[in-house]
Ligand binder design. Structure first.
Ligand code: HEC
Length: 191
């Protein structure tokens, strides 16, 4: 009986710690996402102002992957963007990301606010227990220039050249464009 209580208490403490850890991971992931979004936005608006959509396309092509890579390196997290209809084939979702984005899209269609579409969970991953965080990216007005239904012909041509497998056009204002996706292994396999 005493043993049972001790075991129960142990379990409670363990679970309590896990919940606290997850809350801290979620807060950190949200902070990194905000930083990543801010850097992307700054690079994009600067490039649009300077070189118009064509110039911005080049910047996006080179800068977007670099911003994600730099932030991943400095933070120790895996940070990127994904989409059910990716432009860069390297941004294609895994099964987990696909499921979460399908959920986001359904909730968005039901009228939920894009800002509330966030998912955080610890799951079994290939490298061990992995904390995963995702946040929806809605389609804004400016995004339609390069992701909308009527992309200008010269832009379209350049996009096709850079991304022969592009799927990221035809979006409407307010559609789910994709999601930020962050990962961190929290417990390596076998430990
Ligand atoms: C000037 C053209 C341009 C504009 C404007 C633009 N994008 Fe993109 N977008 C791109 C390019 C090019 C890529 C591929 C970048 C890469 O190679 O990683 C991309 C990639 C993405 C991705 C990553 C997933 C994927 O499909 O590869 C998301 C998400 C995204 N854009 C969302 C947006 C949103 C939201 C906006 C508006 C706030 C926006 N984009 C505006 C050109 C643009």
């Amino acid at each position: 009986m005493f043993k049972g209580v001790v075991a129960g208490l142990g379990l409670f403490l363990l679970c309590g710690t896990a919940v606290a850890d997850e809350a801290a991971l979620k807060a950190k992931a949200a902070e990194l996402t905000a930083e990543y979004a801010k850097e992307l936005k700054a690079a994009m608006s600067g490039a649009m102002a300077k070189g118009g959509p064509l110039g911005a396309l080049e910047v996006c092509n080179k800068q977007a992957p670099k911003i994600a890579a730099d932030l991943s390196k400095s933070s120790g997290w895996s940070i990127g963007r994904t989409s059910l209809k990716p432009r860069n084939a390297a941004a294609a979702p895994d099964d987990y990301e696909r499921k979460i984005m399908e959920g986001f899209a359904a909730r968005l269609a039901r009228g939920e606010k894009p800002d509330t579409l966030v998912s955080a969970a610890t799951v079994e991953g290939r490298g061990g227990k992995t904390f995963r965080f995702m946040k929806a990216i809605p389609t804004g007005e400016m995004c339609l220039t390069c992701h909308g239904a009527n992309v200008a012909p010269e832009l379209k041509q350049k996009i096709a050249q850079l991304y022969p497998k592009d799927q990221a056009t035809g979006f409407k204002l307010g559609d789910l464009r994709g999601a930020f996706t962050l990962k961190k292994i929290v417990d390596e396999a076998g430990k």
